[in-house]
Design a binder for this molecule. Structure first.
Ligand code: ADP
Ligand code: MG
Length: 310
């Protein structure tokens, strides 16, 4: 399979010598949504700016649609749309002109129908004649997306599109991203909100201290790394775990009405059969059993902590 974006051995040391990227390899499939998850300072913005060719790499290569972002800068850049983390708009310009000019900068012929479609898609059509300074923060963020889409990019980078926005706008943003995917746009977004990756990504990459810790299909990641909990609900509460059941994997719920057993979904043996036999041997009567899957959040926290400890 050909990749729309191929990042190989990418390193970036800033002028002060700080190494923000320590050899990043990343391949992106056409049409997918990749969420790059990482704490503040992980190197997400550096990675995106370098991938777009607006920050110079110290070494390594980036190819977009087959074009090297240094050797074939113009061709590579024409395929890329970038929604930056910081709002950088001309306050006195009208919304519609901001978006039109952006298309012009890429040397594309004017296309009023396309500009209208983009502005409508982002719920900006009614505001098209407003000056940027009259817009709310959320609306400005939509203008940034409209600008990035104005030259019909095949790959769209969104750098923390929902940082500091309210819950409603975040959901709108997710809807916009899903719609762009339906249009065939490949999307790479950075976020430090795990729920965002969980909600919209096809694949999740985790970055910390300039290194990609993993990139994996979201569903597989959750299944592979996830731990499950089995809650054994009792017909009558107990005050302590019976002696024959004592184990690190087992605890009593706060109200004593259930035993909570944590097990690994990738383990060959879950230990559930033995557990249930031991529960019966202890003379406890079951009311019900319930299982729960741990979230991407638990997985992420574990990973980043492992990275810090090593
Ligand atoms: N121009 C710069 N000069 C020196 N260090 C920088 C510069 N820009 C970013 N950094 C450092 O590089 C690291 C990664 O930054 P950044 O890519 O912005 O991370 P993120 O977007 O994940 O929060 C941080 O430690 C940051 O302080
Ligand atoms: Mg950043």
């Amino acid at each position: 399979m050909t990749h729309i974006l191929e990042i190989s051995s990418l390193r970036k040391a800033y002028a002060d010598g700080f190494e923000a990227l320590k050899g990043v390899d990343l391949q992106i499939n056409e049409g997918e949504i990749l969420a790059l998850l990482g704490p503040n300072g992980a190197g997400k913005t550096t990675l995106i700016s370098t991938a777009c060719g607006i920050t110079t790499a110290t070494s390594g290569t980036v190819r977009v649609g087959g074009f090297d972002t240094v050797e074939n800068f113009r061709q590579a850049r024409s395929i890329i749309g970038l929604v930056p983390q910081e709002i950088n708009l001309e306050p006195f310009e009208k919304v519609i002109n901001t978006v039109k000019f952006s298309r012009g900068l890429f040397g594309k012929p004017s296309n009023p129908a396309l500009i209208e479609k983009i502005l409508r898609q982002l719920s900006l059509w009614d505001k098209r004649n407003n000056q940027i300074r009259e817009l709310s923060g959320g609306m400005k963020r939509r203008v940034l997306i409209a600008k990035a889409l104005s030259h019909e990019p095949r790959v769209l980078f969104l750098d923390e599109p929902t940082a500091g926005v309210d819950v409603e706008l975040r959901r709108d943003m997710w809807e916009i991203v899903a719609e762009l995917k339906r249009d065939g746009v490949t999307i790479i977004l950075t976020t430090h909100y795990i729920e965002e990756a969980e909600a919209i990504a096809d694949r999740v990459g985790v970055i910390a201290s300039g290194e990609i810790l993993l990139v994996e299909d979201k569903e597989k990641l959750m299944a592979r790394m996830g731990k499950k909990e089995l809650e054994v609900q009792l017909s009558a509460p107990i005050t302590e775990v019976p002696e024959n059941l004592m184990s690190d994997a087992l605890r009593l719920s706060a109200d004593g009405s259930a035993l909570i057993y944590t097990y690994d979904t990738k383990g060959e043996r879950t230990g559930i059969t033995q557990l249930l036999a031991d529960v019966a041997a202890a003379g406890l009567v079951l009311r019900d059993v319930v299982t729960r899957q741990s979230s991407l959040e638990d997985i992420f926290v574990d990973l980043v902590h492992e990275g810090e400890a090593s």
